[in-house]
Design a protein around this ligand. Structure first.
Ligand code: NAD
Length: 296
């Protein structure tokens, strides 16, 4: 194994720098509109990790001075009640961004809920219209985790052009939109997933390797190109309570030139992009004034 000095891709530091710009945008918006950009979250049921994610979003929103509204719904709520609440929030001129926290209880179809969100308030960027815009050009609102990964690379001056990027994981939330963003940044992109045979033979070729799977220690040092950039998106909790990513930090940090830690890498960037998307939605809506009717 070749020993390199590995630089940490510190998501907390990068997010703090981005939040400075967000703070000044919020001040400007408040001056013009008399209220802060405001985010509404719909949380259904008692799913424990979702409670934590929502409280992290609330803390971040309050830290930068965004308005925050939380709708807690019983886990047995009917789909029609959920979609009519989303419709109400769509029409509320004081709300700029709307998140339906996933996963939903099994009797509710997440696609129906996400498609009901007005695309101009869709700060998670999961609406099919925004995904379509992402693929065809650039969307106002793009998914926060992949957008945060691109911002983390940019913060550390890592260019994608002429590079071979390998993305492990093809979910609609991370892997697929990220592969489009990397392609847009002129990387040559390979996407691996659970049915990829001999994963290491692909990851070893990566100048930029992004791993979004949810399996601790999936990627070890012998699967990484010496001097490659490695971004670890995974979040798993071990039996002893420790939070880890998908990358074996110990062996990979001896090979990679850059590596994002877990926690403190992609997570803070995701939150920063959520705040940024809320401000972008608010600025856009202030200009549009009246939203066109939306029905899925
Ligand atoms: P997902 O379960 O929807 O997708 C996992 C992907 O991994 C799938 O595409 C699957 O094909 C692939 N996969 C499974 N086993 C594999 C294997 N052995 N080899 C190669 N590919 C394999 O998960 P997701 O929502 O994309 O999230 C992935 C991870 O990222 C999770 O740990 C999640 O908690 C984390 N995550 C972190 C953030 C953040 O902000 N840091 C945001 C979203 C997700």
């Amino acid at each position: 194994m070749i020993k390199t000095s590995c630089q940490l891709l510190d998501g907390r530091a990068a997010a703090t720098a981005i939040e400075k710009k967000i703070l000044s945008d919020i001040e400007e918006f408040k001056k013009n509109s008399g209220r802060p950009p405001t985010l509404s979250v719909v949380l259904v049921g008692e799913h424990a990790p979702s409670q934590i994610y929502v409280s992290m979003k609330q803390k971040a929103a309050e830290r930068v001075g965004l308005g925050f509204q939380l709708h807690r719904l019983q886990s047995n709520i009917k789909e029609i009640a959920l979609t009519s609440l989303i419709g109400e929030i769509n029409r509320d001129p004081k709300i700029d961004g709307l998140i339906v926290q996933l996963p939903l209880p099994p009797h509710l179809d997440p696609r129906t809920a996400l498609n009901t969100i007005h695309p101009d308030k869709d700060i998670d960027g999961f609406h099919p219209l925004n995904i379509g815009r992402l693929i065809t050009s650039r969307a106002l609102l793009e998914p926060c985790t992949p957008k945060g990964i691109m911002a983390l690379l940019a913060h550390y001056g890592i260019e994608c052009i002429h590079k071979h990027a390998v993305v492990v994981g093809r979910s609609a939330v991370v892997g697929r939109p990220l592969s489009v963003m990397l392609l847009r940044a002129s990387a040559t992109v390979t996407i691996c997933h659970r049915h990829t045979v001999d994963l290491g033979s692909y990851t070893k070729l990566a100048d930029i390797l992004v791993v979004a799977v949810g399996k601790p220690h999936l990627i070890t040092g012998n699967m990484v190109k010496p001097g490659g950039v490695v971004v670890d998106v995974g979040i798993s909790r071990l039996d002893n309570g420790t939070i880890v990513g998908d990358v074996d930090f110990e062996t990979v940090s001896r090979v990679a030139s850059h590596l994002s830690p877990v926690p403190g890498g992609v997570g803070p960037m995701t939150i920063a992009m959520l705040l940024s998307n809320t401000v972008r939605a608010a600025q856009h809506l202030a200009h549009v004034k009246i939203l066109p009717e939306w029905s899925p």
